[in-house]
Design a binder for this molecule. Structure first.
Ligand code: ATP
Ligand code: FE
Length: 328
């Protein structure tokens, strides 16, 4: 059974073909990085225009490369992100999905973008089954969630303010490192001393599962203003250390509170090698998706959609995307 996955929630247009639950035939991403770079962040209006431009050529390339000659016969299900995300961006993917589902006469599944991120791990690890804890660390979210079973999620804790990816992006912008900030800071931190600047590990003393990255962002900016001779690699390494330490600390708390010793980390920040290194030396089993499936992609949407289809879910053609859709 072949599922077409469609993701257009933010600034990446992505389509994928998935066979069964896990066999990924191919996924393609049309990145809009160059379009938004000059603005230091995603411009919503520009993002939806670019999705419109990119979608059909990308789909047609996918079908050609996968040698699909008769999609209405060969594709059995369409899964599309319907939120959270930018309304204009979501509308392009969901409208395309509705049209294709109608023309090809195949069922349609709507996928929560965050559930998609969880399924990036499912795609890569066939020993990952619930219950497990998942840490979603992305541009818009920092959440620890208990996956009781697929489709049954309990929020353990989240950020009080900025998402961790947002903190990476904002700091990178203020330091003139460009967009997106995560990879830029990771690169700039290479060879730096993580103990050079004494930055507080946010919420480390709190007994609750919660995050906060806004104060850390301010502390980094102040440190750079106060000491103009501070080496960029030291500042970036110190920030990266404090931010990732906060994640490890709260994952440990979640493991202790739930007694569940399987943790799946996903979302764009899961690509960070310092975070991956830290999560290796821990007394629980940690899962990460392959780097290319950490940021937004249609493969994870296809996997989540196929799973929801098997659970009996269906979407009607009249659904509307929800920019602030929540998972729990
Ligand atoms: P959400 O999934 O919350 O809706 P999003 O889809 O915009 O937000 P993702 O595409 O999942 O977010 O992730 C993008 C974020 O990941 C950006 O903030 C980016 O800076 C960050 N990121 C990407 N690579 C790295 C890295 N190597 N280290 C740290 N952060 C990274
Ligand atoms: Fe995302």
């Amino acid at each position: 059974m072949l599922t077409l996955g469609i993701e257009t929630s933010c600034d990446d247009t992505s389509v994928a073909l998935l066979e069964g639950a896990r066999h990924l035939r191919r996924f393609l991403v049309a990145s809009q990085l160059e379009d938004h770079e000059a603005f230091g962040g995603v411009v919503p209006e520009l993002a939806s225009r670019k999705h419109l431009e990119n979608f059909l050529p990308l789909l047609s390339r996918l079908l050609t490369e996968c040698e699909i000659k008769n999609p209405s016969r060969e594709i059995h299900l369409i899964a599309v992100t319907d939120g959270p995300g930018l309304m204009g961006s979501l509308l392009i993917g969901t409208t395309a999905a509705k049209a294709l589902a109608q023309v090809w006469e195949v069922p349609l599944i709507t996928v929560n973008h965050l559930e998609g991120h969880i399924f990036a791990n499912y795609l890569a690890h066939d020993d990952l089954f619930p219950p497990f804890i998942t840490l979603i660390v992305s541009g818009g979210h920092t959440e620890l969630i208990l996956v009781r079973s697929f489709g049954d999620y309990v929020l353990l804790g989240a950020t009080r303010d900025d998402a961790i990816g947002e903190a990476f992006d904002k700091i990178a912008r203020l330091l003139g490192l460009g967009y997106p900030g995560g990879p830029a800071i990771e690169k700039a931190a290479r060879g730096g001393d993580p103990a050079a600047v004494a930055l507080p590990v946010p919420m480390a003393d709190s007994p609750d599962i919660e995050f906060s990255f806004s104060g850390l962002k301010t502390a980094v900016i102040w440190a750079s203003k106060r000491n103009p001779y501070l080496r960029l690699e030291d500042l970036c390494a110190s920030f990266q250390h404090a931010a990732t330490e906060a994640l490890v600390c709260k994952v440990e708390l979640a493991v202790r509170k739930t007694g569940i010793r399987k943790v799946a980390v996903s979302g764009g920040v899961a690509a960070n090698l310092e975070l991956r290194r830290k999560m290796k030396g821990v007394p629980w089993k940690t899962y990460f998706p392959p780097i290319e499936l950490c940021t937004d992609n249609g493969a994870m949407i296809a996997a989540a959609g196929y799973n929801a289809y098997k659970r009996g879910e269906r979407a009607s053609l009249s659904f509307m995307p929800d920019p602030s859709k929540s998972l729990v």
